[in-house]
Design a protein. Sequence first.
Length: 297
Amino acid sequence: MEPTIIDGKKVAASALNDVRAEIASLSNRGVQPGLAVVLVGDDPASRAYVGSKERTCNDLGMFSLKKELPADTTQEALLGLIDELNDDPRVHGILVQSPPPPQIDEAAVVRALDPAKDVDGFHPANVAKLALEDATGFVPCTPLGCQRLLTAYDIPIEGAHVVVVGRSLIVGKSLGLLLMAKGEAANATVTIAHSRTRDLAAITRSADIVVAAIGRPHFLTETHIREGAVVIDVGINRVEDTSKKKGYRLVGDVDFDAVAPKCQAITPVPGGVGPMTIAMLMMNTVKACRQQTGLDS
Ligand code: NDP
């Protein structure tokens, strides 16, 4: 079977075009959506993520505020900055780049965010809204991106058995809630698997759609996937590759070469879920702006 390769770059570009148009229409009404990104410390990967979020904001015409704090920043100082950003009317969305240095209590920082500006969707109020199917909340960006990829390729979700491998809030658990909700692009029968799951391969083989959010390179192989399944690979893992200038390359949680021939459709890594996450962040920020300014439509 020749699988459809799900092109995340293309779908993300189209989502960003929608966001761009929304920003232009808001700007005609005198409002500019704004995103603040907070980076504590100098982790190179985090710095790269923050840089690309800033570039995307600028490219879309969104107000962008980058706050870089030293690695020895105290919890108190960070909470002080969050308070400032909560009160800053230019800023509709706030994101604190993860992971922060060890002296920072990340959960406490997330709880300090104004839930109305929590465009990552990690604040307990937004997690509750997702569980309660209250559409005014913010859904974490990566699960939103996975859902959008499925709908962009007309992959039926309603009634499908979706097996999500991974139960983190940032991906697996939130995606499970999103796809099992009542409503459009949802109504799936969801199974969440994790490291304590018995006979994982039997469970994933029963899936119409398998989502891998594990963090282990090439963990899912052809024995995990049935003929004709759809595979969404969220994993981003560095593996050593001396042929590359950086000395590594990025691979997913799925052994793409082994699995792809069995699939109806599959996302590559890179170029699958990755580009969607940032596009959904921009979408959430525009939604936050609309809610805070009362320009809901
Ligand atoms: P976490 O480490 O928080 O969660 C990993 C999950 O995988 C856990 O639930 C864990 O189970 C489960 N797991 C680990 N080993 C196994 C195993 N042997 N069998 C079954 N399940 C297992 O990771 P994240 O959810 O944050 O990220 C997952 C991957 O997605 C990473 O590669 C990350 O880089 C990538 N990612 C990509 C994003 C994107 O934009 N494309 C965004 C966010 C993440 P348990 O709970 O029992 O420990």
